[in-house]
Structure formats: C-alpha cells, structure tokens
Design a protein around this ligand. Sequence first.
Ligand code: IPM
Ligand code: MN
Length: 354
Amino acid sequence: MKLNIAVLAGDGIGPEISVQGVAVMSAVAKKFGHEVNYTDALCGAAAIDAVGDPFPEETFRICEAADAVLFSAVGDPKYDNDPEAKVRPEQGLLAMRKKLGLFANIRPVQTFECLIHKSPLKDELVRGADFVCIRELTGGMYFGEKQEGTEEAYDTNKYTRPEVERILKVAYQYAMQRRKHLTVVDKANVLASSRLWRKVAQEIAPQYPEVTTDYMYVDNAAMRMIQEPTFFDVMVTENTFGDILTDEGSCISGSMGLLPSASTGSSTPVFEPIHGSWPQAKGMNLANPLAQILSVAMLYEYFGLKAEGKLIRDAVDASLDANVRTPEIQVEGGGKYGTKEVGEWIVNWIENNA
Ligand code: IPM
Ligand code: MN
C-alpha cells in the first residue's frame, strides 16, 4: 500500500515522540513492502511563532491531501499564562478537528499486566479493564455559540440529530466488533441536549439487537469507571463529557504516556497520543513514546493492515517485558532508557522479529 502521511509534531515533547513514531512507521512499512511518504507541517505554538496561526492554511491543505495525519501534541505555557494572548496553540487542534470534520474520537483504555501496579486503583479492580470511549469531537460546548465577559459569560451545548446519529453509529459499529455492550453516557436528567442524545439512542438501539445498550448519567459513569472499570466495553458521549472521562480513563492504565487515539470523520483521519505536550520535559529525552507508537498501530489498523498493527503492539509488549521503559514506568534497578532509546529498541525488535 502507498500512504501519504502528514506529520504534525507540534510543541513540547511532540517533536521527540514524533521522530520515534515515524521511525516505527517506516520500519513496519519496510517489512511489509508499503511505501510511505511523509510531509511535515506546522501546528500549535510552533505555528504561531512561525506564521501567527496555530493551524495555518498550508497545514490544512497538507492534511487534506494526506491519507492520514500523525499528530503529536500542542501547547506551550507561555500562552497559558498570558490572559491577553489572542491565539492559543490549542485552537490549532480545535481548528484541525473542525476543518477535517473529525467528529469521532476513539480513545481505547487498556491495561498492561506488567504495569497494573502503577495504576492508582487496586490491582484487582484494574485487571482486565479494556474499553473504548467514543467521544463526539466537533459539537457541543467546544463549538457552540459563546459569549465572553467579565460579568456574564456562556457556552452553548448544542447538538443536532444528525450529529448524534452519526456518532452513535460509529459507537455501535465498535460495539459489534467487540463485546457488544454499549453505554450511552449523558446527563439526561438535567440537560436538554442530553435528552436528545438519549432519544436518538433509544431509536437507533433496536437496529443493533445483538448489542446490549445501557444508559448512564455522566456523574455515575465517572464513579463506575473507578469502581468497576471492567464493566465497560464501549462508551459513547458528547465532547465535554468525553474530554473529562478520558483523562480519568487514562489514569486506570497507570500512565498517560501509553494511550493512543484516533479521530475520524469526513476527511483525513488523525492519530495521536491522548497526552499533551509536557513542556517541562521538552528536549530532555524523558517522554514515553509508546502512546505515539501505538497511534501508528491504530493508523495501520484503520487501513485494514492488521498484521502491521499487531507487529507494533507485540513490539511494545516486548519492550515493556524487557524493562525497556521510560522513567515514569521504570522498574527499580532497571536500565535507563529515554524516548530515543525506547523508540530505537522497538524499531530494532520490529526489524528482527516476525
Ligand atoms: C484533548 C485535549 C483538548 C480537548 C484540548 C487541548 C483543547 O484536552 O484532546 O482531550 O479539550 O479536547
Ligand atoms: Mn482532554
């Protein structure tokens, strides 16, 4: 297969993990005889500094023309601490989602047996947890009409029927491929938008008789996720709830540096770690590249290249088993490995296995 990949490395640790993601992508391509072409493009603070726009038109054109985007992270504290800042790096991410029509954000929460002790939850609760959060990504409060003000301010949580229908369909398709259990998460006891979600879900559910659908209020879902994470198989929810719940979900695994995600929709799909740009660690060779590397696995799998994805997952498991780990998950007495060393070890494993 021939793949054109737009590489958006962004800010902070983004460029370091991006290099490792690309190296793994190339190693797998070589092994399976795929041709991959990469085009780098600016986004986030790096793009603001260079051209004054966190998602420049040229980047949009490169993304649109590509088969997939490999995204790393955006964000820089110099903007967070400046209330006068007119543009922020995060706006680049939101613009990318909107312009590429990326309405479905797929965030798997899985555990690695050898890292269960790193989870803040008890081992017996975490063991076997394996679910996917399908977060709606281009609607709700993030994009609704808003009013800024010092005395009054608001954000509008608007959803239309077609927006709800299309994300529910994605969720049901995932549920059909998995354990056939979908949890629709909303706040239908209070919010009108949530009542629309629930109404549409109740209409669609009979089309998937094999799937058990249940409905859960978001506050209850937040609690259930830490009380019994194994309860969930696929959960689907609106943009804001999904943002919050997936950060909670990432804790279950033991490190945010492990979890990849995919965003899909009407145009080019984007694959990215769920973590942010960790500016304090920029250039220090400390960041865990696994979330980025697993995003490459999701990318291959998206194109139906299952063996390619599996090879990456096997390589990641092997690296963890061999204690080739970045500091935040390092075992006592284990060797010292940075972003680069972990990435290189995985590339080497791919070249020499299967
Ligand atoms: C995420 C992030 C973004 C979001 C920010 C950086 C705008 O937290 O991808 O979850 O809120 O969607
Ligand atoms: Mn978030």
